[in-house]
Ligand binder design. Structure first.
Ligand code: ADP
Ligand code: MG
Length: 329
C-alpha cells in the first residue's frame, strides 16, 4: 500500500455520540449512539452509496465528514492528511474542496435571494470572482445544471422542486469541489424528477471527475449512481461492496431485507415475504452484540453478546455478520 495514492476521503472508526439530557439540571441520562465506529474510503471520481433506514446515522456521517459536527472519536483524512482536528483557518481550503447538497432544496435556499446570487454567493464569500466575471461564471453554472441563464433573476419560489435542487447543485459546484456529499438529494422529489437529477449528477461527475458520497434510505435510489454501496444499521456499517456484487451476492441479512423491499422489475414475479419485523430499535440503548440481532431471523446466541466486525468475504466485499459473514444463510 506504500506507493498507492491515498484515497480522496478516508474515514476511520468514526464515532458520534450525543448526550441525552433531562430535568431542570439537564443531567445526562443517556447517550444517542448516532454513529458507532464507521470506516470507509472514497476514491477520486468514485460514488459511494450510503443506505439505511431513517435514524441510522447517515446524515451524522455526512456532517462529520465535512466537519459540520465534531466527531466524538475517529479520524477523517482528505488526500491522506488528517483533518479531524483542524482549526477554522486551516479548514478553509479543505471546505472549498468538499460541498454538500441537502434533501430539502426549499429549506436550504434563502427565499429572499435571487437564484443567481445564491449560486454566486460561495464565490463572493471566498473572494474568487466579482462583478461581470462572477455573473459569467454563474451563468455557466446555470447551464451546466440544465437551467437557463435568464432564470438567474428569479427567486426560489419561482422554480419547481427539481429546479431548486439544480440550483443547490450549481451552488455546490461553484467552488469546483472534488467531493460532493449528497444527503438524500432526491428523497423529497417526485419519482419522475428523481431520475433526471441523478442523471445530471452522473453527467457532472463525468465532466469534472467529482467524487460523491451519495446518501439515500433505499437501495433503488443509489443503485443507478453508485460504484460501491455501504449499508448502515443503527450507527454501524453492516456491509460494503461493489454495486453489482452487493446486488448479486448480498451477505448480510439486513442487506437482503433491504433488497427484498426493492420493487421487482417484472410485476408477475412473486415478491418474497419481508425478512425483518418491527421497527429500528432506539439508538439511545442499542442492542448488545450485533445491533441487528433483535430483528434477525438467523440470530444465534452469540449474536446477543459478540459484536461482529467487518470482515473480507470477497474482493472488496466486507460484511459484519457472525454467521460466517452471512454465507451460512
Ligand atoms: P439519518 O440521517 O440516517 O436519518 P441521523 O444521522 O440524522 O440519521 O441521526 C442518527 C441518530 O442521531 C438519530 O437517532 C437522531 O435522532 C440522532 N441525532 C442526530 N442529530 C442529533 C443531535 N444534534 N442531538 C441529539 N441527537 C441527534
Ligand atoms: Mg438524514
Amino acid at each position: 500500500m506504500n506507493n498507492a495514492q491515498p484515497a480522496l476521503l478516508e474515514v476511520k472508526d468514526l464515532v458520534k455520540h450525543y448526550p441525552v439530557r433531562s430535568g431542570v439540571l439537564r443531567r445526562r441520562v443517556g447517550t444517542v449512539h448516532a454513529v458507532d465506529g464507521v470506516s470507509f474510503s472514497l476514491g477520486a471520481g468514485e460514488t459511494l452509496g450510503l443506505v439505511g433506514e431513517s435514524g441510522c446515522g447517515k446524515s451524522t456521517v455526512a456532517r462529520s465528514v465535512l466537519r459540520l459536527v465534531e466527531p466524538t472519536s475517529g479520524q477523517i483524512a482528505v488526500d491522506g492528511a488528517d483533518i479531524t482536528h483542524l482549526g477554522k483557518a486551516a479548514l478553509r481550503p479543505v471546505r472549498r474542496s468538499m460541498q454538500i447538497v441537502f434533501q430539502d432544496p426549499f429549506a436550504s435556499l434563502n427565499p429572499r435571494m435571487r437564484a443567481g446570487d445564491i449560486v454566486g454567493e460561495p464565490l463572493a464569500v471566498h473572494g474568487l470572482a466579482s462583478g461581470e466575471q462572477r455573473q459569467a461564471r454563474v451563468a455557466e453554472l446555470f447551464q451546466q445544471v440544465g437551467l437557463r441563464p435568464d432564470q438567474m433573476r428569479n427567486f426560489p419560489h419561482q422554480f419547481s422542486g427539481g429546479q431548486r435542487q439544480r440550483i443547490c447543485i450549481a451552488r455546490a459546484l461553484a467552488l469546483s469541489p472534488r467531493l460532493i456529499v449528497c444527503d438524500e438529494p432526491v428523497s423529497a422529489l417526485d419519482v419522475s424528477i428523481q431520475a433526471q437529477v441523478i442523471n445530471l449528477l452522473i453527467d457532472l461527475q463525468r465532466r469534472h471527475g467529482l467524487s460523491y458520497l451519495f446518501i439515500a434510505h433505499d437501495l433503488a435510489v443509489v443503485a443507478h449512481i453508485s460504484h460501491r454501496v455501504a449499508v448502515m444499521y443503527l450507527g454501524r456499517m453492516v456491509e460494503i461492496a461493489g454495486k453489482d456484487e452487493l446486488f448479486r451476492n448480498p451477505r448480510h441479512p439486513y442487506t437482503r431485507a433491504l433488497l427484498a423491499s426493492v420493487p421487482l422489475p417484472d410485476p408477475r414475479q412473486k415478491q418474497p415475504p419481508p425478512l425483518v419485523d418491527g421497527d429500528v430499535p432506539s439508538p439511545v440503548n442499542p442492542p448488545t452484540g450485533c445491533a441487528f440481532h433483535t430483528r434477525c431471523r438467523f440470530a444465534m446466541a452469540q449474536c446477543k453478546t459478540e459484536r461482529p466486525v467487518l470482515r473480507d468475504v470477497g474482493a472488496r466485499h466486507q460484511v459484519a455478520c457472525l454467521l460466517n459473514g452471512g454465507a451460512g444463510l
